[in-house]
Ligand binder design. Structure first.
Ligand SMILES: [Zn+2]
Ligand SMILES: [Zn+2]
Ligand SMILES: [Zn+2]
Length: 161
């Protein structure tokens, strides 16, 4: 995790305890429904993303992968990230070169992030207008694989401080 500013924030939004295990169980069920398997490495990477208060770099996931602190083989983590992204469990934020667990759930969808350049927070919001955009793409015979909108600025907490 990158260093954070010392502006007052109302707590990180990483999941812990039962909220975390519930989210993982849900992901497992969703995978089964899709005929996919949430293998141990996939589950571990998702767990790390869900528990993190903000975007995490692949490098940090590799370092934190082993519960005992031992690093994972990078391809293990990259393959798991690829799977999670494809299944809509995680998003890659290009401009930060980092990953976040999807907070909006369910389907693979276009994502929009409000990124705070001060504290590094990245909040996922419903991208308005994405349906029209997708319809336009479809009209052009284009098959969208992923679509992520990244807005940079300052979160409410950082502006208030
Ligand atoms: Zn999402
Ligand atoms: Zn901020
Ligand atoms: Zn700040």
């Amino acid at each position: 995790m990158s260093e954070r500013c010392d502006h007052e924030h109302s707590g990180g939004h990483g999941l812990h305890g039962s909220a975390l295990s519930n989210a993982l169980a849900e992901a497992e069920t969703r995978c089964e429904g899709d005929g996919q398997r949430l293998t141990a490495p996939r589950k571990r990477v998702l767990e790390l993303l869900l528990a993190a208060p903000g975007p995490v770099k692949a490098y940090d996931l590799i370092g934190a992968f082993g519960a005992g602190g031992e690093a994972a083989k990078p391809p293990t983590v990259y393959r798991a990230l690829e799977f999670l992204e494809r299944q809509g469990f995680a998003h890659r934020i290009e401009s930060l070169n980092a990953y976040v667990a999807c907070r909006l759930g369910a389907e693979v969808h276009a994502a929009a992030f409000l990124i705070c350049d001060c504290c590094g927070d990245a909040r996922e919001v419903e991208p308005t207008g994405s349906t029209a955009f997708m319809a336009a793409a479809e009209g052009a015979g284009y098959a969208i694989q992923s679509m992520t909108i990244e807005a940079h600025g300052k979160c409410a907490a950082c502006q208030a401080n």
